[in-house]
Design a binder for this molecule. Structure first.
Ligand SMILES: [Zn+2]
Length: 155
C-alpha cells in the first residue's frame, strides 16, 4: 500500500483487527521511509471469495452450496430454522471478515464444524464424519455429494 505522504510503496502493517462488527479489517500502517502513519480498511465482497480446494483448484465461493451441506447435516434435527439461518449468516460473515479473499476449503469445513457443534451434536457428528472422508479424498464436490441424503434428487 502506497504511503499517502511520500509515495513510498513499501509500507508496513503494524496492526490488523476486525472493525465494524467484523465487516471490515482495520489496518494501521507505517511508512519506514518518512515515518508516516495511516489507516486502511479492508472489506471483502462475498462474490469475490474464492475457495482453494485441497488439490489446489480454485472455485468461486457458493453460499448455496454451503447452506445445502449444513441443512443436510441438520435434517430432521429439532433445531429452529431461524437459528440455522443465523448460523449460516454467521459463518459467511466470518469468512468475509477473514481479510483474505482466498479461503482454503479446510478452513470453511472447520468453521462449519465449530458452528454445528454449538447447536446440535448429531448434526456435528454427521458433518464431521463426512468431513473426515473429504479430507482424505480432498474434494469439496465429493464432500457435498456425500452429505446428500439417499432418495429422489433435489429440485
Ligand atoms: Zn511515507
Amino acid at each position: 500500500m502506497r504511503c499517502p505522504f511520500c509515495g513510498n510503496v513499501d509500507t508496513q502493517v503494524k496492526d490488523s483487527r476486525p472493525a465494524e462488527d467484523h465487516v471490515a479489517i482495520r489496518r494501521r500502517r507505517f511508512c519506514p521511509a518518512c515515518g508516516g502513519r495511516f489507516t486502511t480498511y479492508e472489506r471483502v465482497q462475498l462474490r469475490d471469495l474464492v475457495v482453494i480446494k485441497s488439490n489446489g483448484r480454485r472455485e468461486d465461493f457458493d453460499r448455496d452450496k454451503l447452506e445445502r451441506s449444513i441443512r443436510i447435516a441438520l435434517q430432521k434435527r429439532p433445531v429452529d430454522p431461524e437459528r440455522i439461518d443465523q448460523m449460516i449468516s454467521g459463518i459467511v460473515r466470518r469468512l468475509e471478515s477473514m481479510g483474505e479473499t482466498d479461503i482454503p476449503s479446510k478452513v470453511i469445513g472447520e468453521i462449519v464444524m465449530e458452528a454445528l457443534a454449538r447447536i446440535d451434536t448429531v448434526a456435528y457428528v454427521r458433518f464431521a464424519s463426512v468431513y473426515k472422508n473429504f479430507q482424505e479424498a480432498g474434494d469439496f464436490d465429493k464432500f457435498v455429494s456425500e452429505l446428500r441424503p439417499q432418495g429422489p434428487p433435489e429440485e
